[in-house]
Design a binder for this molecule. Structure first.
Ligand code: G3I
Length: 343
């Protein structure tokens, strides 16, 4: 049995793909992806800086390989991401005139939506537009276009590809203030008669936070908007978070410190079990609310490929995913597959 077989009737089970998997040079990883997952997201190659490097030219090569891989293997293809202030093409950032910026934004969205029309099944239309207190992030999009950029982004995407499912995607979506901000934002878009199909809750979570109650309540509150909830970018860091240290600031001094990087020689069994239990608990919630959840996507395949080895401190050895550095399924993998007997 595989993950995709186990959750076939519940929600898509997805994974974010890096370059080596997309260009098929890493065939070992690719085989695991094909066996285990029925949805894919590109970890980086559809972000504006990569796919749209110049005002008038696109770099579709890798993205086309990515979608071809999905199509050949009958997978749900998720596009990440149309509008994001980060990894934004430098030319975009250099546009001074507001009207020019607005038309460049419209063209960026429409060109991508058209190129992938009927191929990309769902899009992160806007990524990470909120501050932790629920107000709008003062991004270049807000500065140049005002708050309307949010509804316009959804409108422009749906005008080109009305069948694609359109998501708002962000992290810390379980934080009550941010959650209220997201709900306000989506309601405003809906009130203008513009469709939003879903909310993506990025699952960059930890062993002890957010609480299971916060996760469950968030799924319930978002779905009251009449949208689907996707758990996107799921990974669970097992390492101490520098921000949790009292009075500490992230500094280079943490690099290579044993306190911040305690498991360089492997993950102790006790933590392995803690991670498996954490995954089991959160998947219990997902299965309980499977009618509200469209997709659960892991942010990477094996532990060695995770961005969390480099964030927020470089050179750490993290173990956040279901497959180890040799792509062997971990206890966490079996703990969630085992849940199916219950549901
Ligand atoms: O490919 C280049 C390489 O040629 C170069 O030598 C190297 C030098 O830094 O950089 C490489 O690019 C890196 C890229 O990942 C591929 O590994 C970028 O520097 C690095 O910034 C980029 O990080 C990505 C990050 O988004 C960028 O913000 C992570 O892989 C990716 O996992 C992460 O994903 C984001 C989601 O898109 C949105 N939500 C949060 C999530 C985690 O930050």
């Amino acid at each position: 049995e595989s993950l995709k077989d186990a959750f076939e009737k519940d929600f898509y089970i997805g994974v974010a793909l890096n370059g080596g998997i997309i260009d098929q040079s890493d065939s070992t990883s690719l085989n695991v992806v094909k066996k285990e997952f029925n949805s894919i997201t590109a970890e980086n190659i559809m972000k504006s800086a990569i796919i749209h490097p110049k005002l008038d030219s696109f770099n579709f090569e890798m993205a086309d390989k990515f979608v071809a891989l999905g199509k050949t293997n009958d997978m749900h293809i998720h596009g990440h991401t149309l509008i994001w202030h980060s990894q934004l093409s430098p030319w975009f950032q250099d546009i001074e005139d507001s009207l020019e910026f607005k038309s460049a934004t419209e063209n960026h969205i429409k060109d991508l939506a058209l190129h992938f029309k009927g191929i990309v099944n769902s899009w992160d239309v806007v990524n990470e537009a909120l501050n932790e207190d629920g107000t709008l992030r003062n991004s270049i999009f807000l500065k140049k276009m005002g708050a309307d950029y949010l509804s316009l982004a959804f409108k422009w995407t749906s005008e080109i590809d009305p069948d694609a499912k359109l998501y708002y995607n962000d992290y810390n979506m379980t934080n009550p203030e941010k959650r209220q901000g997201a709900i306000r934002m989506v309601k405003k878009i809906q009130e203008q008669g513009i469709k939003v199909d879903g909310i993506g809750m990025q699952g960059h979570w930890h062993l002890n936070s957010p609480s299971l109650e916060e996760i469950e309540q968030s799924i319930l509150e978002y779905s009251k908007l009449g949208v689907q909830v996707a758990i996107t970018e799921l990974d669970i860091s097992v390492l101490p978070n520098p921000w949790d240290l009292e009075g500490a600031e992230i500094s280079q001094n943490f690099e290579n410190s044993e306190k911040m990087n305690p498991y360089t020689k492997g993950l102790p069994d006790s933590v392995q079990i803690q991670l498996a239990n954490r995954y089991k608990d959160i998947f219990n919630i997902f299965l309980k609310h499977k009618d509200k959840i469209s997709r659960v996507t892991f942010w990477g395949l094996g532990d060695g490929q995770s961005w969390l080895n480099g964030f927020p401190i470089r050179g750490r050895t993290n173990y956040p995913l279901l497959f180890d550095r040799n792509l062997k399924p971990k206890a966490a993998y079996y703990s969630i597959i085992g849940l199916k007997e219950k549901f």
